[in-house]
Design a protein around this ligand. Structure first.
Ligand code: TXA
Ligand code: MG
Length: 326
């Protein structure tokens, strides 16, 4: 059974567990990751087995510095990928300043053949997904481990994404991994997964909408227009609670639980002020809470108020649409 431990007091135990090939659930500024040594085939296989994740769905590799990206991927000087990294991957000077958090951009790049990375992390197309989280706990864990960390979201495949240590525990309580779930006072600032961009070409191909909004990236490159979102893991039902959902609800029916937004209130309200960033921060946590209220028989439907489809609302509506897919 996993153990929830305080990141600041017990960081060394977590580092040792990773070095011995075990898994550790780590908070990032987006969501919790189920982390293992990205240079070790056995640790990567353990991640897939623990999550029951289909083998065709590749993992994101988490690094602690931009220099690490050059060891793992082909990055051409002056390329769009390099400009994005330089603009958006610089960790803020004060890592504890939540306002400066901006590590929510994952880049798909061409993998270097001869790197230390497990070959299991390189797709048939020869790509890897790299992310440089800015969360101090995640950065410290990667740096002290001494190798990059492969980390999908720390949930069973297809189910609700965790943003708190208790959520991770609910998924893995009966399993031998992860050994540790790190907790700290500021777990997941954004609350929604990173934005994934294929940055191999001169135009950006957005593979998954997420926490990174990058309003002003137009000076670096234009996004591809009208391309379907194609991150392999996004094709099927995903992000689903055990309860059924009813979307775009304007009121709560008898025998429903309700997740409100703005003026449309409910048992819980994502943001009474209608703030999409606040809504994202609470999104998975409130779905977890409502699902828990509805357990063990999940007889009620969770009605979800309409969330405007702009800015962070694009990612929220994307997650809801996939959660109701069959
Ligand atoms: O915020 C996040 O991105 C979190 C934290 C832990 O970093 N991670 C996360 O991982 O959401 P996961 O495994 O739940 O989702 C990763 C997505 C999947 O849809 C996968 O198909 C896609 O990234 N992906 C990974 N590697 C890829 C690659 N080389 N090319 C295209 N898509 C890739
Ligand atoms: Mg996931």
């Amino acid at each position: 059974m996993p153990q929830i431990i305080d990141a600041s007091a017990m960081m060394q135990q977590a580092v040792t567990a990773l070095q011995q090939g075990a898994l550790v659930a780590m908070p990032t500024e987006t969501v919790y990751g189920l982390a293992g040594n990205a240079t070790d085939d056995a640790a990567v296989r353990l991640i897939y087995a623990t999550k029951s994740r289909p083998a065709h769905n590749p993992l994101i590799v988490h690094i602690a510095s931009i220099a690490d990206a050059y060891d793992l991927a082909h990055i051409v000087a002056g390329s769009v990928a390099e400009k994005l990294m330089q603009k958006y991957w610089q960790p803020p000077a004060d890592l504890n300043d939540g306002a400066m958090i901006l590590g929510a951009l994952t880049l798909v790049l061409t993998a270097k053949e001869n790197s230390a990375l497990s070959k299991l992390l390189i797709t048939d197309e020869g790509t890897i997904a790299l992310r440089l989280p800015h969360h101090p706990t995640a950065l410290e864990l990667i740096a002290k481990a001494g190798f990059p960390l492969a980390a999908p979201s720390a949930n069973l495949s297809g189910q609700l994404t965790p943003t708190r240590a208790e959520h991770v525990m609910r998924h893995f309580a009966d399993l031998p991994q992860p050994h540790y779930i790190l907790t700290d006072p500021c777990p997941c600032h954004y609350g929604i997964e990173s934005t994934i961009i294929d940055a191999r070409g001169e135009r950006l191909n957005i593979l998954r909408q997420g926490s990174w909004q990058g309003e002003d990236f137009a000076d670096i490159a234009q996004p591809e227009k009208n391309t379907p979102i194609i991150a392999p893991g996004m094709l099927s039902r995903h992000y689903a609670p055990n309860s059924r959902l009813r979307l775009n609800a304007s009121n709560q029916q008898a025998d429903e639980l309700m997740l409100g937004f703005g003026k449309i209130d409910g048992d819980l309200n994502l943001s009474p002020a209608g703030d999409l960033m606040e809504a994202a921060h609470h999104f998975y946590d409130y779905l977890f809470q409502l699902d828990q209220m509805n357990s063990p028989d999940y007889r009620k439907i969770i009605a979800v108020a309409k969330i405007p489809a702009h800015d962070m609302g694009i990612a929220l509506n994307d997650r809801l649409a996939r959660a109701i897919a069959r």
